[in-house]
Design a protein around this ligand. Structure first.
Ligand SMILES: [Zn+2]
Length: 287
């Protein structure tokens, strides 16, 4: 499914690099929320990946067309939906650049049953945002077939290796499997993490803890990939705004800054974490 015209349009409309790219903003289906979101993004010179349910595809596509410098569409498909591959094609044809947040699978994330979905996403040059780690239970009285074990962060390792041209983002840094998240990120150049959710709240008295997780900055050894960059560059910014709660955008920004400053992460590296890394990926080929 090549659409060269769309590819050209996508690159041309993004314009100049924004100060912030937020990889994790859930659309709550409300048009009024989108208006408020764009106002907040304009004020912060930010661009958001807008996680969109299939029912909202058409309305979001036309809204993004009006705000191409502030929003990039992501399709929130379900891996167990029998129409998932067709939906990937629909989202792609509508100009959406990624999929997610992928959550609540009936099988493990890396189960071969999901291969056709990942193959198609890779062919389209899409980014896939996965939920990793512990997940909420919004209605405890209703029986649900959800398991955190099928969303363990280590399951992303196999997907990253099998689909080297696919960009993966693990949301929440595998909470609480932070060490595993960082270690698989260290060896998989196509895998990044956001620090949204409760992690930066849980660790707020102990932000230098993350130096022990992202430990390999400047380390030269046969056991670390060759690189001069900060290990913290495996992270990208994500706020996990959901249910229309825009305050989380500012809350997450504040916590990211405090943690990165506490860990002595350079401003050059921080610029990549807040925008540069994802900006570069967005400039890549949309197929
Ligand atoms: Zn999540």
């Amino acid at each position: 499914m090549k659409s060269p015209l769309l590819a050209v349009l996508a690159c041309a409309t993004l314009g100049a690099q924004p100060k912030i790219i937020d990889a994790h903003v859930h659309h709550n289906g409300d048009a009024a929320f989108l208006e408020k979101l764009v106002q907040r993004l304009e004020a912060a010179d930010a661009l958001a990946f807008l996680l969109t349910a299939p029912k909202d595809l058409d309305s979001v596509q036309s809204f993004i067309a009006k705000h191409p410098r502030r929003l990039v569409g992501f399709g929130s498909i379900r891996l167990d939906d029998p129409n998932a591959v067709a939906l990937v094609d629909r989202f792609h044809a509508a100009g959406f650049r990624g999929l997610g947040e992928i959550s609540g699978p009936l099988r493990n994330f890396d189960d071969k049953a999901y291969s056709p979905i990942y193959e198609r996403a890779e062919q389209h040059g899409m980014i896939v945002l996965f939920h990793t780690g512990v997940v909420n239970r919004p209605n405890p009285n209703v029986s649900t077939d959800v398991s955190v074990d099928r969303m363990r962060v280590t399951l992303l390792d196999n997907i990253a290796r099998r689909y080297p041209k696919l960009t993966l983002i693990g949301a929440h840094l595998g909470n609480p499997d932070y060490a595993w998240a960082a270690e698989i990120g260290r060896w998989n150049p196509n895998l990044y993490f956001d620090l949204s959710g409760s992690t930066l709240i849980k660790k707020q008295e102990d932000y230098t803890f993350f130096k022990s997780i992202f430990w390999w900055s400047g380390v030269v050894s046969p056991h670390t990939p060759k690189s001069a960059v900060s290990a913290f560059e495996k992270t990208i910014f994500g706020s996990d705004v959901f249910g229309g709660d825009l305050a989380e955008f500012d809350g997450a920004l504040d916590r990211y800054h405090k943690m990165l400053d506490a860990c002595g992460v350079s401003l050059v590296a921080q610029a990549k974490i807040f925008s540069g890394t994802l900006w570069k990926i967005l400039q890549g080929p949309r197929k």
